[in-house]
Write a protein that binds this ligand. Structure first.
Ligand code: AMP
Length: 280
């Protein structure tokens, strides 16, 4: 596995791959790898092209009160895990390499989809994600980009960007990898105290209860989830909605492909999760 930190070297490597007619598979990440990231790498590798993984903690997508400074960083451990998964190139640029002027002047603004739900609670987040992904996609030139459904709205924002800007690549959504008790794996889970870690399982339990309720109205689905949260006061729900899987607008009548999305604080950690209604 090659570890590269600058754009020029990466482009040099990838132009040879491209001219040899080989596809490029890409997994963008912020590092602090867990099984969710590793599963994306495995799916990328099974697709047959050269596998590029990026690690970049992108300052543009963190709000002023968020955890950019304290976000976990461990390039050495991540590198060993990526290598064990058969990743070909690990691209880990510095902030100065990605934003040489200290800021970007041109941003990708995802519109309404970027301002609702996660976007409402994290203003500027999706513009930061879309902008860094546009840059990374232009640097790497992938055929396929592998992303976790755990961040379902992020997937929708980037699929919308690919359509709107005619980017010649496919976003491949991959299943959420969970702990044994159902908690979606996340780099932030390690910040949970042991008590909060147990309580955090209520997020997925609530989603499953809603999906399994068989309710045909949004209100009933949400009520089924609320009944689980009522038993877990340590889990402070920020939003809980049933939405259209592409637009993330609320739906009244439930269809099997609708998504139940939730964000909640447990202690000081903010967690998100979602499930497809029809997967009960
Ligand atoms: P992050 O490093 O948190 O920016 O995540 C990088 C990629 O890994 C994104 O596409 C995430 O959606 C994906 N990811 C994070 N957690 C999980 C998980 N538990 N299961 C599947 N994919 C995940």
């Amino acid at each position: 596995m090659k570890v590269l930190d600058n754009i020029r070297d990466l482009r040099g490597e990838l132009s040879q791959v491209r001219s040899a007619g080989r596809g490029i598979e890409f997994v963008p990440t912020m590092g602090a790898f867990h099984e969710g990231h590793l599963q994306l790498m495995r799916t990328a590798r099974e697709s047959g092209g050269l596998v590029v993984v990026s690690i970049f903690v992108n300052p543009l997508q963190f709000g002023p009160s968020e955890d950019f400074e304290s976000y976990p960083r461990n390039l050495e451990a991540d590198g060993a895990m990526a290598e064990a998964e058969g990743v070909d190139i690990l691209f880990a640029p510095t902030v100065a390499e990605m934003y040489p002027d200290g800021d970007v002047h041109t941003r990708v603004e995802p519109g309404r989809l970027g301002r609702i739900l996660e976007g409402e609670h994290r203003p500027g987040h999706f513009a930061g994600v879309a902008t860094v992904c546009a840059k990374l996609f232009n640097i790497v030139g992938p055929d396929r980009v592998f992303m976790g459904r755990k961040d379902a709205q992020q997937v929708a924002v980037l699929q919308q960007m690919v359509r709107d800007l005619n980017l010649p690549l496919e976003i491949v959504p991959c299943p959420t990898v969970r702990e044994e008790d159902g908690l979606a794996m996340s780099s932030r889970n390690r910040r949970l105290s042991p008590d909060d870690r147990r309580e955090a399982a209520a997020l997925y339990a609530a989603l499953r209860a809603a999906a399994a309720s068989g309710a045909s109205s949004t209100a009933e689905l949400v009520a089924a989830a609320r009944r689980v949260f009522d038993q877990h006061p340590a889990v402070r729900v920020q939003y809980l909605e049933v939405v259209h899987p592409q637009t993330f607008e609320p739906v009244d009548t439930v269809s099997p492909d609708a998504l139940i999305v939730v964000a909640a604080h447990v202690g000081s950690v903010r967690l998100i999760d979602n499930c497809i209604v029809g997967t009960a």
